[in-house]
Ligand binder design. Structure first.
Ligand code: PEP
Ligand code: MN
Length: 360
């Protein structure tokens, strides 16, 4: 994928902050938010939802085209570039007519290839940055598919926004972060700017600082944080919006790390420790190879005795013992459970192959 870096669509050196209310509600609310953000210098792009994709009907569905005029006013009065969500070709048309500077695609839209294709068609030949939020379900290929549809339409300023994934088990978050998904997106597309949206991940303002810091530690390119002058009165997402003053505190508290350092001592120590990790990983692979050889021998034994490949009691016992051992070593039980689930399922495959071979 041939994408440009985020800093070509924004001159600021450092994280991009896309801030502003979840929804544009009134002209006064929009302008008051923009004024505060401008004064405290916490806004690279001013965001406001104009058409709101609500999960259930009869909730506030946005002010529509009238709100685009308020965004134009933000742009001309405060000299801040403005951004809003588009979910269908008519939205694209209206935003382009009103000189909106950046568009994003919402999570519910990314989940629909038809909708993504229609938006991509409407954007053909336009020179505007577009950020694609992850789909509500944790399917990386849908996210990639949305990005590719825009790319094919000739959009060359594309980025992604990580806003977490809907799940049955939410834990403390509104949407599970599942950080490995955006990390994999970044691994596959090292040049793709990825912004984190801690507002929609957490669903509660008290957790935004922590999640923002985590995103910065993972080298995300910026943050999208919903900001409202009086969050409790907001017509959408009231519990996750912060005041401009809170936002300033959150941004001031962030510790932005460097991707690398040229300090010689650091470089030597890192090289030494990474060499150690490489040796350990080699040993892990050799051990896995030995384990798979033993598993194959067990397969032959079972086949000869006419015994099934899988025994639930053995699996339960194995997992129990490994978890106890992990605990005594201070390792994460969750990690060990995941690893041994994979190792065990690979063992089953190895033995299934032994069974197949011998019956032919
Ligand atoms: C939003 O940004 O206000 C929004 C609706 O987000 P999402 O698409 O992530 O739910
Ligand atoms: Mn919102």
């Amino acid at each position: 994928m041939n994408l440009i870096s985020p800093f070509q669509f924004h001159e600021q050196n450092g994280p991009i902050y896309i801030t502003g209310p979840c929804s544009a509600e009134t002209r006064e609310q929009v302008l008051a938010t923009a004024k505060a953000l401008k004064q405290q210098n916490t806004c690279s792009y001013f965001r406001a939802g104009i058409w709101k994709p609500r999960t259930r009907p009869n909730s506030f569905e946005g002010v529509g085209v009238e709100g685009l005029k308020w965004l134009q006013e933000v742009k001309s009065t405060y000299k801040i570039p403005v951004a809003c969500e588009v979910a269908m070709p008519s939205h694209v048309e209206a935003t382009l007519e009103h000189g909106i500077d950046l568009l994003w695609i919402g999570a519910r839209t990314t989940a629909s290839p038809f909708a993504m294709q229609e938006i991509a068609n409407a954007l053909k030949g336009e020179n505007i940055p577009v950020l694609v939020k992850n789909p509500i379900n944790a399917e990386l290929s849908l996210w990639l598919g949305g990005i590719e549809r825009l790319e094919k339409a000739g959009i060359n300023q594309i980025g992604a926004i990580h806003r977490g994934f809907s799940g049955i088990e939410h834990g403390i978050y509104r949407n599970l972060p599942m950080w490995h998904v955006p990390m994999e997106l970044k691994r596959l597309n090292p040049e793709l700017p990825v912004i984190c949206d801690p507002s929609h991940i957490t669903g509660q303002r008290d957790l935004i600082q922590k999640v923002s810091q985590y995103a910065m530690d993972l080298n995300f390119d910026g943050l999208m944080i919903e900001t409202h002058p009086t969050p409790e009165d907001a017509l959408s997402d009231a519990s996750q919006q912060v005041t401009p003053t809170n936002l300033k505190e959150i941004i001031n508290n962030l510790i932005i790390k460097n991707e690398s350092s040229h300090c010689k001592t650091y470089e030597h120590q890192l090289e030494f420790l990474r060499a150690k990790i490489d040796r350990i990983d080699d040993e892990l692979i050799e051990l896995l190879k030995s384990r798979s050889d033993v598993s194959k021998q067990i397969g032959v034994l079972k086949k000869d005795e006419n015994v099934t490949i899988f025994q639930q009691s053995r699996m339960d016992e194995l997992m129990k013992l490994r978890l106890e051992r992990a605990k005594s070593q201070g390792l994460s039980e969750e990690l060990i459970e995941k690893i041994f689930t994979h190792i065990h399922s690979d063992s089953v495959n190895i033995q299934a192959k032994v069974f197949e071979k011998e019956t032919k």
